[in-house]
Write a protein that binds this ligand. Structure first.
Ligand code: NAD
Length: 184
């Protein structure tokens, strides 16, 4: 039996990890789909699909959970009514979907795919938007993600990127200032 779990994972956090551990007790394999793969460098979607994939592999480690998971990516399309077919044409076959996202649930149910809603783990705390807000405010976001994910985000300067892409252009008012990669 193969389950599918789709998310934006901006960033991957301990709520996602708890869901995956739960799912892994019910199915033989899990297809993890990194949605909105085309998005990055945006206040809502700071990380590239490749970076999100690295976060997930770092969090899965090398144990039993890792052996069960296939990680892939999927770009959005701007027609929700065709999205399930689009997804099915791009990812490995699956028997059922695990999601708590109302739109995702609706689209799969309408397409005749079985959907299970995994338990929510302190959704107000373990949430991508809450974690991104803590990152912008200098709060303690690291305790909400697996240690390996926190390390990866530090390595790529993820917090600095999120803060920079969240600023308005008035923060860059120096006339004629030139920027290069050593300044970001
Ligand atoms: P997300 O990373 O916010 O969440 C992923 C999953 O984890 C969801 O089911 C969510 O309910 C669950 N989750 C998050 N925190 C949790 C917690 N603390 N405890 C338990 N569960 C928790 O991602 P998302 O926004 O749900 O991702 C859906 C993806 O599907 C997006 O990329 C979206 O663009 C895509 N999508 C695209 C289309 C289209 O292209 N037309 C249509 C529908 C969905």
């Amino acid at each position: 039996m193969r389950g599918l779990y789709i998310g934006r994972f901006q960033p991957y956090h301990l709520g996602h990890q708890a869901v995956l551990e739960e799912i892994s007790r019910e199915v033989d394999e899990i297809v993890i789909v990194i949605g909105s793969a085309q998005e990055s460098h945006d206040p809502e979607d700071p990380f590239t699909s490749g970076e999100r994939m690295e976060m997930i592999y770092a969090a899965l480690g090398k144990g039993e959970l890792r052996k069960k998971c296939i990680v892939t990516t999927l770009q959005d399309i701007n027609r929700n009514s065709l999205w399930v077919s689009h997804l099915q044409s791009m990812v490995p076959c699956f028997d059922l979907v695990y999601s708590n996202n109302p739109l995702v649930i609706r689209l799969f149910v309408e397409a005749g795919v079985e959907v299970k809603k995994p338990p929510l783990y302190q959704r107000d705390v373990y949430s991508g938007s809450a974690i991104r807000a803590l990152m912008r405010e200098g709060g303690d976001w690291e305790r909400l993600v697996p240690p390996s994910v926190a390390e990866f985000i530090r390595e790529i300067g993820g917090v600095e990127r999120l803060c920079q892409v969240s600023r308005s252009d008035s923060a860059y008012s120096q006339d004629g200032a030139m920027y290069n990669s050593s300044m970001i």
